[in-house]
Design a protein around this ligand. Structure first.
Ligand SMILES: NC(=O)CC[C@H](N)C(=O)O
Length: 386
């Protein structure tokens, strides 16, 4: 019988168990207790604060491939939302103390304070390789348990799967709010919050856009009431095939209002146009994913966080939108160069486009920030033609 406290670190023992029964022994990190979610890995070496507070990670347990996490502590400036959303956090080697001029407290204290159960001191590379081979799957982290791995795996298998989960309504704002334009106001945008990250309205505000952030269950009439020059659908957690917002988006497209979508918003544009979405084996999460923009033929390095993707013709040739003639032709405008996954859609006959990745990316890279300028151009030309 091993001691329940590790004598070197003073940490309690903890166990990570995957739904296929694979178990990793580690040490407690963050809050003590147990948690469940979908195990996914992120290859980002910086920006853990932005990752943790991204609402798209709701109900996911994030495994960090970067071996040393917490070095720069936590500050009040970088969060993408008001709280940590990951349901569990897996690191190899937590920093003993933060060291950064912007740090206000330690990452571990923040995790503990927000009740986020984590585990450290496990071989995160072995775990990541397992997820790459077997696919993302449900996981549990348990500190202070005497139960057998088999019994714990059984409890993991009783949890809901990510496929089929509607989660945007759980993370969206309850009340509408406005992010004012910086400098002179040029446009009004209605941004539907499916799990929006703070940096997204910020990137729009920098371009003179007044952003009206609306709850996920808003109606087309509520969008119209804002008198928007453009409509935006944000990133968000869950399976896009369960999202009820597709009908509202179709109304936006039929009204000819310029539309821009990011991540979940891209998947919903795909579905509104009549394409399917499917679950990737283990998804894309990190900040160095190469994407080809077919409009300019430039390759950009981009931030990703998605487990699902749009199923549309990948050769870049325009096709008629399967949902109906009123949506005109559409083409896959951006393609992932690691695995040929659809990373962007562009409508050719109505003013709408979207990307599967994160042009607002904080902590960077910023190669894709031009997409906010494309949204501005789309709204400008629509205004001029009216
Ligand atoms: N960041 C996001 O918007 C993610 C979208 C969706 N939940 C996915 O996993 O693919």
């Amino acid at each position: 019988m091993t001691a329940t406290i590790d004598p070197l670190t003073g940490r309690g023992r903890a166990t990570l168990v995957l739904e296929d029964g694979t178990a990793f022994a580690g040490l407690a990190y963050g809050a003590i207790g147990e948690t469940f979610g979908e195990a996914v890995f992120s290859t980002g070496m910086t920006g853990y604060q932005e990752t943790l507070t991204d609402p798209s990670y709701h109900r996911q347990v994030v495994v960090m491939t970067a071996p040393h996490v917490g070095n720069t502590g936590v500050n009040d400036e970088d969060p993408e939302s008001k709280r940590i959303w990951v349901s569990g956090y897996v690191v190899r080697d937590p920093a003993l103390r933060p060291s950064n001029w912007r740090s206000q407290r330690s990452l571990e204290d923040e995790l503990a304070e927000q009740g986020v159960v984590g585990i450290c001191d496990i071989d995160t590379r072995a775990l990541t390789r397992h997820l790459r081979e077997s696919g993302a799957m449900r996981v549990g982290i348990f500190s202070r348990t005497d139960a057998s791995a088999d019994a714990l795996a059984q409890r993991v298998r009783e949890q809901p799967e990510m496929a089929g989960s509607e989660l945007a309504s759980e993370v969206s704002t309850d009340e509408a709010y406005v992010v004012p334009a910086q400098g002179e106001k040029r446009f009004t945008v209605a941004a539907v919050d499916l799990g929006i990250k703070a940096m997204t309205p910020h990137r729009m505000a920098e371009r003179g856009i007044e952003v009206h952030v609306l709850p996920a269950d808003c109606t087309f009439e509520q969008i119209q009431a804002v008198h928007p020059d453009g409509v935006f659908f944000s990133n968000g957690p869950g399976d896009p095939s369960t999202a009820p917002q597709v009908t509202v988006l179709q109304q936006v497209l039929e009204a000819g209002i310029p539309f821009f979508g990011i991540c979940f918003g891209n998947q919903l544009l795909g579905r509104a146009l009549g394409f399917g979405t499917y679950k990737l084996k283990y998804g894309h999460r990190g900040i160095n994913q190469p994407v080809l923009d077919r409009t300019t033929n430039k390759v950009e390095v981009t931030a990703h966080n998605h487990g699902f993707a749009v199923d549309a013709p990948r050769d870049g040739e325009p096709v008629q939108a399967p949902a109906g003639e009123q949506f005109g032709r559409v083409r896959v405008s951006h393609i992932g160069l690691n695995d040929n996954v659809v990373e962007g859609l562009e409508c050719l006959d109505i003013p709408a486009f979207s990307v599967q990745y994160h042009p607002e990316a904080a902590a960077g890279p910023h190669d894709a920030a031009y997409l906010f300028d494309r949204f501005v151009e789309l709204m400008t030309s629509q205004k001029e033609s009216n």
